[in-house]
Ligand binder design. Sequence first.
Ligand SMILES: Cc1ncc(COP(=O)(O)O)c(C=O)c1O
Length: 217
Amino acid sequence: MVVAQQYRQLVKDRECERGFASIKKTFPLSFEGEGDKGGEVDKQSHNRVRKMSNWQELEHKYFMNAVERIPVTLVRGQGARVWDEDGREYLDFVGGWAVNSLGHCHPVVAEAVAEQAHTLIQASNQFYTIPQVRLAELLVQNSRLDKVFFCNSGAEANEGAVKLARRYGKLRLNGAYEVITTINSFHGRTLAMVAATGQPKFQQPYAPLPAGFINVE
Ligand SMILES: Cc1ncc(COP(=O)(O)O)c(C=O)c1O
């Protein structure tokens, strides 16, 4: 019963979100304020122009505070443009940290995602799946690389690279394992990548950190 009620609320919220998303009114491009991935958002300048919205208050209520966000709630995107809940239009120079290489909602991407979601949603890594093999082949044929390693985030990609390097060190370099990274770099939020990230403000709260990372100027 409780689940049914929660589900109905979720559907209501989604409809509300879609309502926001369908706001067609667009304002002149207006990127107000700036932020960076280290979380040094110029909040004051944002707050001068805009109060926290209900969605942002709700986020504070339910989300563990693991990242400092720019106070903008995005509801839809098209190519290189995105719109917030008030219908303001922005040019998206972030692209999900360069993840959305074809922009937002490219019709071919949207159709492929929808088609796969209707076909086979997830299979774990215990089984072969055809799209995964086809994508791996495509990547190898169009790069100078021999093999691919698929993962879910930048941090996991870096963890994979470090594990690969350590394996190589063990097999071919008398057990060499240290990885050198630079001060002020950013490599992700897993514990090992916090050690790789050369920024004390990300490291100190989680010490002791995994060994084997040297941060240099
Ligand atoms: C250079 C770099 N490496 C790694 C990461 C971590 O990626 P993810 O957030 O997908 O784990 C980021 C994310 O900002 C990054 O900018």
